[in-house]
Design a protein around this ligand. Structure first.
Ligand code: COA
Length: 205
């Protein structure tokens, strides 16, 4: 996909070219090495440097690299995985009926069991602060939406979700881009087992 000075390439395709072309592999390794989250999120930086490839090989996630159109830099990347939202019974019963109905129209009355909501996980998303071609976060997530909506159209997936550190910068970024917090009756925010917040966005109409 080429758009607005950027090109989105599946990591799988890049790996294939790299496996056949040593010069390209060296260049790719250098680009990945140069990726920096500017100290803001080590997980995002480490995932690209250390986990994207094994996660791909083990079919646990698919990563997409956003290059500038001259292919000088990786400007950003995102990684997605098919993974339902699992909510424990004790948490599910504390979510308002209305919210439960939206999340799971078939099982919203069932407050006796854990719930699994068909979803796609936006596992990673980050821009490369070291790139000479800075991409805006809104543009980067727009690329991610385009990939994810295509996939959801083909295979289903009611929600798009992600888990993030609870900070104002990330909250305003994700809410500006159409996500809301998963929260309990009364407004307190649902926390994952890693003490992160969950942002959800409905994909189906
Ligand atoms: C999230 C992101 C894509 C948003 O891009 P953007 O909309 O162009 O916004 P900016 O990069 O200009 O960041 C806006 C502000 O948020 C802050 N910020 C960004 N990510 C942050 C993080 N993970 N933790 C704390 N603050 C963060 C920036 O320092 C900046 O603060 P400032 O306005 O005081 O300078 C980008 O900031 C990024 O790649 N962050 C690091 C990776 C990350 O945290 N990804 C989200 C994983 S859930």
């Amino acid at each position: 996909m080429v758009e607005g000075g950027y090109e989105v390439v599946r990591y799988a395709d890049v790996l294939e070219v790299a496996s056949e072309n040593t010069d390209f592999k060296l260049l790719l390794d250098e680009m990945i090495d140069n990726f920096s989250s500017n100290g803001l999120n080590n997980d995002v930086e480490n995932f690209l440097k250390k986990k994207a490839q094994p996660f791909h090989t083990m079919d646990m996630a698919r990563t997409y690299l956003v290059f500038d159109k001259g292919f000088e830099d990786i400007c950003g990347y995102y990684s997605i995985a098919p993974k339902s939202i699992t909510i424990k019974q004790k948490d599910w019963e504390k979510i308002s009926t209305n919210a439960r109905k939206k999340l799971n129209p078939l099982g919203y009355r069932d407050t006796k069991n854990d719930q699994n909501i068909p979803a796609i996980l936006l596992g990673q998303l980050g821009k490369n602060f070291a790139s000479a071609h800075q991409i805006d976060g809104d543009k980067l997530i727009e690329f991610a939406f385009s990939t994810i909506y295509d996939i959801a159209n083909q295979i289903g997936g009611r929600y798009l979700y992600l888990e993030a550190d609870d900070n104002n910068h990330l909250s305003s970024f994700y809410t500006r881009n159409g996500f809301s917090f998963l929260s309990y009756n009364g407004g307190s925010v649902y926390k994952t087992k890693n003490d992160q917040v969950m942002f959800i966005k409905k994909m189906s109409a």
